[in-house]
Design a protein around this ligand. Structure first.
Ligand code: IVH
Length: 697
């Protein structure tokens, strides 16, 4: 390669300096990205520097040092992993699952340490996360990474140095001028959730097996005999312990050890603290629990360690675990169970969803008996069969899903899933359009009661018409007993019909009627959303309302006009057109309007006239039909502002039942007070000028 092809001007013979400076720059960027979590340059810039160094080293092989970032690409496959004996064994942790376990742990420690402590002194603990990856020991000699081994059985592990060298989160050389002679760093190798998702996407695209979870993906990547494969997977690393240390003083506490690691350029997780006593431990546990889902990696609990190393030594070990540490586990998010059957459910749009019926299993803090399999392709891709033992996952509030089956446990009589050809509810043919992943019942809501139920449940739901008390079960009954067919029928329900239903006293029947009455006053956006047009979610409904301002315009819109709406693409536009091309749907809208369902036309979100521009409103008390959000939305749609407190600048105070001090203040300041009806009139007509003003004009 010729000198001119390098981006930076370098005098001939200065290649050495240039290579060193490139190496240092790449290391710095790696450190910023993986350790500080604060990227310093775009990926493309990094790649440019990287390729420059690579080219230099190829041209002048003597420039390539063993700690060069270019050495992270992996090498020839190994025939097998060598066994490595750990000079200091890698232990496991005792587990705790409840507050009581934590209190008992703290008490045990206090009891052992009681000699040197007054009875009130709380123990200082270093708290950290329990990473869900795999343990690794890294050996640095005079600052240079020379070896890496898995935990194995704790005494002997596997030499995975070639793989570990590809992990950019792990420094090939420690920072600082005076590294210890020998340092064995212990920690966890893991994969971030987003890197896991990307990896699985790549596996899918390549027709290869997906990994069940980030932990398996990390383990699979690290235990590759071909380190070039490991190099293509983004692994991370967090330190949490130490093995051999020679040639530097041992820090006095665990927290000081981690601080020292930070100064050596090793990745230490920021989610750590020093706390006191059981109370401090539990507070940390709950803090972390609250943000668990938001962390970019998976954890299965937190770890408590007595902070002072002298105290750790005094406490010693029980069997294979230190007495000074405890892993406080979160409820498991994954569990094994058996698929007893695979059935299909029919959704409101006719979508057929295969659902696994499971032997009851406790996971994510609840007992799970069903888990979605999403669609036919997903069942095939995951190759889930009836009779399989499967990993079921329930994370946070997400609906339970089947992650993978366990091949070793597949019984000889396992039965593959077959997509039925007819809807299990109405018998209509199930069809699957060529370019769609979803199979659907072709019955529509006229023939298929499952679609009717789903559509009505959606119509009544909180974010749609918000009909309080009209729950899913009630709708099922109403449909099953043929009391109602369409949403318009809801508004024809009488007290007698409702009271005759199971578990329905007259009082609750009246409540439902009141809620129905209240729901009649709505917004255009909610109404559009409630219709359950395919592909029209809440956001699209709002955009449609904002854009067209009234229902007739939405119904009459051409595809071209629809495409002008933010958020609306060809698929959505066609779905809206075909919805209103169906006379039954137009009829439904008209019947609902005739039944008294109303909204302020033009006020969906946008009132062209901006009747309330420049006016500030304060809402107080409960309005008879509008929620506070609805009222605020309408005011803002009409160009007004909503404020939380009453001042001389307030234009109007909208007061409902049980209005408090804000109403009193408005009266005191002589500010106009409106009830709901007056507010709605004001939004529609704008402020009416008083006769004096008219004269003054
Ligand atoms: S300390 C002396 N700290 O949990 C104790 N381990 O059950 C050595 N782990 O094999 C482990 N996060 O893979 C420690 N913050 C943490 C950890 C942690 C995850 C894993 C590690 C170990 C297992 C022990």
């Amino acid at each position: 390669m010729h000198a001119d092809s390098h981006s930076a001007p370098v005098a001939p013979g200065d290649w050495h300096a240039r290579a060193a400076s490139l190496r240092a720059a790449l290391d710095r960027h790696n450190y910023a990205y993986y350790v500080l979590d604060d990227p310093s340059i775009p990926d493309a810039e990094y790649d440019k520097l990287f390729h420059e160094l690579q080219a230099l080293e190829q041209e002048y092989p003597e420039l390539a040092t063993s700690d060069s970032p270019t050495q992270r690409v992996g090498g020839a496959p190994l025939p097998q992993f060598e066994q490595v004996r750990h000079a200091i064994p890698m232990l496991s942790l005792g587990n705790g699952f409840s507050d009581e376990d934590v209190v008992a742990f703290d008490k045990r420690i206090k009891d052992v340490l009681s000699d040197g402590l007054s009875s009130e002194t709380e123990i200082a603990y270093a708290t950290e996360l329990k990473f869900d990856g795999l343990a690794i020991s890294l050996r640095y000699e005079n600052g240079l990474l020379v070896g890496a081994a898995t935990r194995g059985d704790g005494a002997t592990g596997e030499n995975v140095t070639a793989n570990i060298r590809t992990v950019r989160a792990i420094p090939l050389r420690l920072h600082g001028d005076d590294p210890p002679h020998i340092l064995e760093v212990r920690g966890e190798v893991l994969m971030y959730k987003n890197d896991f998702a990307k990896l699985n996407q790549r596996q899918r695209d390549a027709g290869q097996k997906e990994f069940a979870n980030p932990r398996n993906a990390a383990a699979g990547s690290l235990r590759q005999l071909d380190s070039r494969i490991t190099a293509q997977r983004t692994l991370r690393f967090f330190t949490y312990g130490i093995g051999v240390l020679e040639g530097a003083p041992m820090p006095a506490s665990h927290s000081a050890l981690l601080d020292w690691y930070v100064s050596l350029g090793l990745p230490v997780c920021k989610e750590r603290a020093v706390v006191y006593g059981a109370e401090g431990l539990l507070a940390f546990y709950h803090d972390v629990g609250a943000k668990r889902e938001k962390l970019p990696y998976e954890i299965d609990g937190v770890v408590y360690k007595v902070d002072r190393l002298d105290q750790q030594q005094q406490l010693g070990f029980v069997s294979r675990a230190p007495r000074f540490a405890l892993a406080h586990k979160f409820p498991a998010q994954e569990a094994l169970t058996v698929v007893q059957d695979i059935e299909v459910q029919v959704g409101r749009t006719g979508a057929i969803t295969p659902v696994a019926r499971l032997a009851p299993v406790f996971v994510g803090g609840v007992t799970v008996t069903n888990a979605t399999l999403h669609n036919e392709d997903e069942v095939r891709r995951k190759d889930i069969q009836i009779g399989d033992t499967v990993i079921v996952r329930r994370a946070g509030d997400v609906i339970p899903e089947v992650v993978a089956y366990v091949p070793e446990s597949r019984p000889a009589d396992a039965k593959p899933f077959e997509m039925p050809t007819a809807c299990p509810v109405c018998g209509s043919p199930i069809v699957r359009l060529e370019d769609e992943a979803i199979a659907r019942c072709s019955g529509g809501w006229v023939k298929c009661s499952a679609q009717r139920k789903g559509g009505l449940q959606h119509f009544a739901s909180r974010r749609a018409m918000d009909i309080e008390g009209l729950g899913d079960q009630l709708i099922e009954q109403l449909v099953d007993k043929h009391v109602i067919t369409t949403a318009a029928d809801l508004y024809r329900l009488g007290l007698t019909a409702l009271s005759e239903l199971d578990r329905m006293a007259e009082k609750s029947a009246q409540n439902v009627l009141d809620a129905l009455e209240k729901s009649k006053s709505t917004t255009l956006a909610r109404f559009i959303y409630a219709l359950g047009i395919r592909h029209v979610g809440e956001a699209t409904a709002k955009e449609l309302a904002r854009h067209f301002g009234n229902m007739d315009a939405v119904m009459a819109a051409t595809e071209e006009q629809l495409l002008e709406v933010a958020d609306v693409g060809p698929v959505v536009a066609r779905s809206i057109i075909s919805f209103f091309a169906d006379g039954l749907n137009v009829e439904l809208v008209n019947q609902l309007r005739a039944a008294g369902v109303h909204w302020i036309e033009g006020a969906g979100i946008d009132i062209p006239a901006k009747t309330l521009a420049g006016k500030t409103f304060v809402l107080t008390g409960t309005l008879p039909t509008l929620t506070r959000d609805d009222a605020a939305q309408m005011i803002e749609a009409a160009g007004g502002k909503v404020s939380g407190s009453v001042s001389k600048k307030t234009g109007y105070v909208v007061a409902g039942a049980e209005a408090g001090s804000k109403l009193a203040k408005a009266e005191e300041l002589g500010i106009a007070i409106l009830d709901e009806e007056a507010l709605l009139a004001l939004i529609q007509n704008g402020p009416q000028e008083s006769p004096e003003q008219a004269v003054a004009e």
